[in-house]
Design a protein around this ligand. Sequence first.
Ligand SMILES: Cc1ncc(COP(=O)(O)O)c(C=O)c1O
Length: 438
Amino acid sequence: MLGRGVEKSNCHATVSRVSLFQVDIGQAVFDLMGNLADGNAAMARHLLRHLTTTKMLRNPEVYCKASSWFSSSTTPVVDLRSDTLTTPTPRMREAMKNAVVGDDVYREDPTVNRLEEMAADILGKEAALLVPTCTMANTAAILVHCDGRFNEVICGDQSHIHVYEVAAIAQFGGVQSRFVQNQPDGTMDIEQIREKIRPLDDEHQPWTRAICVENTHNRCGGKVLSLEYMKQVRELSSAHNLVLHLDGARLFNAATALNVRPSEITQYCDSVSTAFSKGLCCPLGSIVAGPQHFIAMARRARKALGGGMRQAGVVAAPMIVALEEMMGRLSEDHRRARTIAEAVNAMGDNPVCKVTMSGVHSNIFMLELDGVVTPEQLSQRMQHVTDQERKSLGEVCTALMFPFSKRTVRIVTHNNITDSDVDIVSRKLQYVIEEMSV
Ligand SMILES: Cc1ncc(COP(=O)(O)O)c(C=O)c1O
């Protein structure tokens, strides 16, 4: 909110004015909501939610009123922005409460030890390590694979490691990432990877140490990389004595879509990271797995990155529940994603959007916009309910979706999304597409 031109000396006064202004807006929006028709109230609610979640709304009284207003709101919110929005199940909360814990840095937390054994087994690796996030899992893995200096890893230009991990591997490991363009199906062309592998004997160039693949591929719209492709990358990396690291934040989705055990995918990689805080609904926690000696070093990397935890059994306990009972339900998320995608395409030719059905592999897919409306316009329209819409549809919802690129909106299904949500949101999408088509 602070303008770039604000003088340093005026800064404090400006901040106070800005805060007051925001409180006033918050109060004003809140007051307005009582008097607005439902459609507009939905918009006001989102503005207020935004002010609240971005902590711009600081007045505790207004904050409390706003919170109770959200919970008493009758229009359901179907939140399709991300599977990271999932919350722990009652069994997970129970498991957290009852977790037997110890100091994990001393390796004395029995719940963490059990989780790591289970995860290693499921991922088909010698050992596994609990880390707080998948970003840390990827970073720790690459730091271990690229010990020493002059190192480089090859990854996709759309990969999470390259795009979203604040260059952690460069900052903490001095490792350069060299990217190969991701194809729409999430793969990197094998020949292009081969071309990027550096010669070992040219002192001008860094050494290529690892290839990183992502399965399922987030930015490519939840695409699943086939076993055949994984095998090809394995063969290439082995031929050049390179390590293959798999960012399997959504590995369990990939296994579900391929109808194979996770270890059938991970057999092709040396190390794998996987996240439990996405479709598996844990509040946090990821696993990095690989050979014993690799995990011994990853433990050091985790420590250096600030991720050595103490009574971490409370984190591990819901992850054990996830391994025991959450993997089986991911197919429901995939089915629901397909149902929404099919509802969009049932609109036939229209100038607003379509979905390439062959690209709907898992719980993430993209609405492809034809340029008549922008991703922001479509997402914003989905966030409110008009009186006319209420009359036509009867059951309505506020839907949150993620404007992803200049021409795409991302939709993600997850444990909070029920069949009835899918039904309501599908009908709303059809209604909005028709409305925006004229
Ligand atoms: C493919 C992929 N890798 C890694 C991560 C990082 O996970 P975390 O948020 O646990 O750091 C994400 C997060 O969405 C992801 O989609």
